[in-house]
Design a protein around this ligand. Structure first.
Ligand SMILES: [Zn+2]
Length: 351
């Protein structure tokens, strides 16, 4: 069973001219397509919680929250070169932040699978706004995954974040940089916005090795993702032994995406969904909470449906031959995994 958080309030975050790539259609068409899938019989639709700005403060400074709420109160306009707000945007984002935290807390206690159809985006929003030197907020207002990770880490749980959005999750990484209870594995396109996520970026003092960055070259394809899943994601998970996996599920690595060049097909999303399902089935983690990330082309809807079908076991695990993305990844991974092993030894087990 998958709890799908779908809430019409996301439509209140809308460019009146519908010119922005991060449009309302992304959630509407995805849910509509899922309704016609055999996976739909295993889906329970859940509404989002009401906005809670106290929850937002788990990940963001009060000054930023106050500033962005002031911007929202002015109505539709761009706050930077690529991010707009409406009078409702802050409430919509605070609603999905509260919902993601709640889903994570319920999952760590009782297990489960969640997919939260959140808009606007989340992973580029840093503690005080644009993160790690980025010029803009990158379509994002509050970082839902960082909020949920913070809530779980504060209770002593270990949380793994898998961010397979094609862009680097610079906001998430900045917010959790020195948190050893949050393992963040981020697969993204090299040299793409926001320009961060080097393989040598491994986390702050006391958290070395818990931030794992895998920048892939344009033109990568399914084989590279299969290699990274086996040799980076699963190895890091086995070392870290997380209680829960939070996923920033961007579908913008698809070859039909307008903004990226990673050239993957639906098979990669099937592989990722099957992998996560297997972790839960084997009892390696209590559950998975996925939050919608990017996806701006025709591949968005088919990739989302494929991922959910695989997460629910309606679709089998595809066979993809792994391809090493490059020596720089191989060397970088060995180094960061050794650091992760050292850091994990310093972490007490909860209970
Ligand atoms: Zn993206």
């Amino acid at each position: 069973m998958l709890r799908l958080v779908y809430d019409e309030r996301h439509r209140l975050h809308r460019d009146p001219g519908d010119r922005h790539p991060e449009g309302v259609w992304r959630v509407e068409n995805s849910v509509e397509a899922l309704r016609t899938s055999p996976a739909w019989s295993y889906v329970e639709v859940v509404r989002a919680l009401d906005p809670d700005y106290g929850t937002v403060l788990l990940a963001h400074d009060p000054e930023y929250v106050e500033w962005i709420r002031g911007e929202c109160s002015k109505g539709f306009h761009y706050v930077d070169a690529d991010t707009y707000v409406t009078e409702h945007t802050c409430d919509v984002a605070a609603s999905f932040a509260a919902t993601t935290r709640e889903a994570a807390l319920r999952t760590v206690e009782a297990g489960g699978l969640w997919f939260i159809m959140a808009r606007p985006g989340g992973h580029h929003a840093g503690r005080r706004g644009p993160a790690m030197g980025a010029p803009t907020l990158g379509f994002c207002i509050f970082d839902y995954v960082a909020v949920a990770a913070r809530a779980l880490a504060d209770l002593g749980y270990r949380v793994m974040i898998l961010d397979f959005d094609a862009h680097h999750g610079n906001g998430t990484q900045e917010i959790l940089w020195s948190e050893p209870r949050a393992l963040h594995v981020d697969i993204h396109q090299r040299w793409l916005y926001p320009g961060t996520g080097d393989v040598g970026d491994v986390g702050g003092p006391g958290a070395e090795g818990t931030k794992i960055n895998v920048p892939l070259y344009p033109g990568s394809g399914d084989g590279h993702y299969a290699w990274v899943l086996d040799n980076v994601v699963e190895r890091a998970r086995a070392v870290f032994e997380p209680d829960v996996v939070l996923v920033f599920a961007g579908f913008d690595a698809h070859r039909e995406d307008r903004l990226t060049k990673l050239e993957v097909t639906e098979e990669t999303y099937a592989l990722l969904g099957s992998y996560l399902r297997d972790l839960v089935t084997r009892g390696e983690v209590r559950g998975v909470v996925a939050v919608l990330g990017g996806g701006y082309g025709r591949g968005m809807v088919s990739s989302f449906v494929t991922f959910v079908e695989s997460l629910l076991g309606v679709r089998g695990r595809p066979s993809i031959t792994p391809v090493l993305p490059g020596k720089y990844v191989e060397y970088g991974v060995e180094r960061v995994l050794r650091m992760l092993e050292r850091t994990v030894r310093t972490l007490p087990r909860r209970g």
